[in-house]
Design a protein around this ligand. Structure first.
Ligand code: SF4
Length: 328
């Protein structure tokens, strides 16, 4: 059996764009353009980058919620990239998702009990009595009083709703959870409580997380390894300590420089990235980051840098970067 719970091999997800009176295909959005990842059991990979970098698309593709244009996804060594919905169904219980917006991800017309019981019914979990007992267990596990079972989502705060979303994601005792910006919509004071809950559940249940965020500060404490993404590609990959202490790619450096320092006497030299992420419909030539990179030079506009092990890094630890300056 593979050492890895999940492997993505050079995955590409291109969405067709249609236009004109005859709705002909006029282009494509290069949402993800050649990403490889390996995730070991019980570890957390942080996927970080600004909005529009393709993080959420990858997360969904890994759960086979999107079809791949190219490449393969292996779950426990089995290639699931082209499995039919019917063949995917039994695997789905092992692969769950926590959504960014706890307001939208819970059906406002269902009680909390019904929301948590639904996946158990779909996957034919036990009798009515055992399902109800399990729903109460789930609520306790995520720190929501059992009396909430007959209440509706609108009666809870954002943080409580996210706890209920987490309870639903662990209902089937999955192996992998894709956490899609699970704390971005929450107050800073609540964010750490939710992150701690995710960490507790991970150690109790041996969960593996793909943790998506646009903010490097958020993934710092939860991730073993971090993949920094820019415009559909990974530009740097390393363990969490190396990413923070020795960032090599100019984009990672800029993201780290934007993390606020809690000490008012320490001045952080911030690298400002001007402009927005270019359109994935027409990505820049050469290095995709060259239009915003503060240290770009001529070669960057023509030659696309390869994501490879950095020469200065340790041979034992994986530290990959896609930049001509790092790998020259
Ligand atoms: Fe900047 Fe060039 Fe490195 Fe790209 S390859 S990150 S443009 S220096």
């Amino acid at each position: 059996m593979s050492d890895y719970l999940l492997e993505a091999r050079n995955i590409k997800i291109h969405f067709p764009v249609y236009g004109g009176i005859f709705r002909r295909k006029v282009g494509k959005v290069y949402a993800v353009d050649g990403v490889s990842l390996k995730v070991k059991k019980s570890e957390t990979i942080g996927l970080v980058g600004e909005s529009g970098c393709g993080k959420t698309t990858i997360g969904r593709a890994l759960l086979k919620l999107y079809n791949l244009t190219e490449g393969n996804v292996l779950f426990e060594g089995e290639d699931i990239s082209r499995l039919s919905d019917k063949k995917m169904r039994p695997l789905r219980r092992n692969m769950q998702m926590i959504f960014q917006d706890p307001f939208e991800s819970l059906d406002a017309r269902q009680t909390i009990g019904d929301i948590l019981e639904e996946p158990l019914i779909i996957h034919k979990f036990g009798s009515l009595q055992s399902r109800r007992k399990e729903v109460l267990n789930l609520l306790s596990r995520v720190g929501i009083p059992q009396s909430a079972v007959n209440r509706f989502p609108h009666e809870f705060s954002g943080g409580q709703r996210q706890r209920i979303g987490i309870a639903r994601s662990i209902a089937l005792k999955p192996k992998l959870i894709v956490c899609d910006e699970p704390v971005s919509a929450l107050d800073v004071s609540i964010q750490s409580q939710i992150l701690n809950l995710l960490l507790d559940l991970q150690s109790e249940m041996n969960l593996t997380y793909i943790f998506i965020a646009h903010d490097l500060a958020v993934v710092k404490h939860i991730s073993d390894n971090i993949a920094v993404m820019y415009l559909g590609k990974i530009v740097e990959y390393a363990d969490a300590d190396a990413t923070y202490e020795n960032p090599l790619h100019p984009y990672t450096k800029a993201l780290i420089s934007a993390i606020p320092v809690p000490d008012p006497f320490v001045k952080n030299k911030r690298t400002i990235l001007y402009g927005d992420v270019p359109s994935p419909l027409n990505p820049p030539s050469g290095c995709r980051f060259h239009t915003r990179c503060p240290v770009a030079f001529d070669r960057c506009r023509i030659d696309e840098p390869e994501l490879k092990q950095v020469a200065a890094g340790s041979e034992v630890k994986e530290h990959l970067a896609a930049c001509h300056l790092v790998n020259s």
